[in-house]
Design a protein around this ligand. Sequence first.
Ligand code: GLA
Length: 405
Amino acid sequence: MQKGPIMPTMVCCKIRRTRLLFAVLAVFPLVPPVMAQSPTVAATPPMGWNSWNHFAHKIDDATVRAQADAMVSSGMRDAGYLYINIDDTWEGDRDAQGVIQTNSKFPDMKALADYVHGKGLKLGIYSSPGPKTCANFEGSYGHEEQDARSYANWGIDYLKYDLCGLREIMKTADSPEAAHKIMVDAYIKMRDALRKTGRPIVYSLCQYGEDAVWQWGPSVGGNLWRTTGDIEDKYDRMEQIGFRQAGLAKFAGPGHWNDPDMLEIGNGGMNAHEYRTHMSLWAILAAPLLAGNDLTTMSPETIALLTNREVIAIDQDRLGKQGDRLRAEGPIEIWTRQLADGSKAVALFNRHPALLDAQFHFRELGFKGAVKVRDIWAAKDLGTLQGIYRARIPAHGVVLLLVSE
Ligand code: GLA
């Protein structure tokens, strides 16, 4: 610490040092570029349910209430699933002042939010930055502040903002850069409108991963951003989306997540091994876990899959470091994820439609000596191991391990 009077040479050095500091700060700002919409939401990837994958247009107030009830009675809420998200088709017309109304399927959105909140859950909604949503309902274009206010007044906690109708307006741009700017500005506009309400609302960008959204998603306030087109309840589509996430890990972290789309677990189009692959891969990817099935008719197997505490703990790990591919050998892929307590999750996937063997050396994970290994889906401690780990992986299946020193 400097004591006594500051000498002229010191003043000059101080000025130089201050200049240097400013120069460094300009390149490496201490405050990150305007980050997530609200730092109080999505510290870990959002968990909940969304109406689209199972119900699409056939969603209404009574169905949403029934899903909220089932979220609690199935044990999903206590396992961490929090958001009940209404997707497209809730929208009505605007009144004379331009205020968005619900359609007849949702007679009273505030009462619905109260009901969902009363269950210890949160309510999400859907809109588009364009004049129309993907299902051709009313979008928020030109009404962003009004809509954000309506959502906040109703008690909405999560907004999925789906590009769709804005594409028509983007087509009028005279260059791809100008089209990109229209899109980015539209997302910023709703970010600012949501902020202005003062209510913490998770901001979910949905524009199918175009223009490398992971690079700019955080700066437009996205707490999560879809990295792909729509998922389907088919192994081929799910694995195409899931494995394509390789390399995106560095863009995710607390408050801002890559979103490879909602879960299809329990919708019936995949077998048990394939759904395990779906859940394991999404956990390694620190992906939002938004169930997309009918929670009122779940089999015990589906509940067990969705509520496996150890898999959820990987997804929700507080370090928030997304996992990535360690290596691939044809259809065998090995993915790892660093966890906060120093352990690592390791998933050995078999993308082939028949049984295959897979192996890795614990050294590949950065572990030098003996390690403790747990097989998560088998719910079995495998003891202390060293050297090479070998496993048989079922067709389209996975072995998910927790490895610690
Ligand atoms: C798009 C989205 C889906 C769903 C529908 C609703 O396709 O990607 O997730 O929201 O719109 O119309």
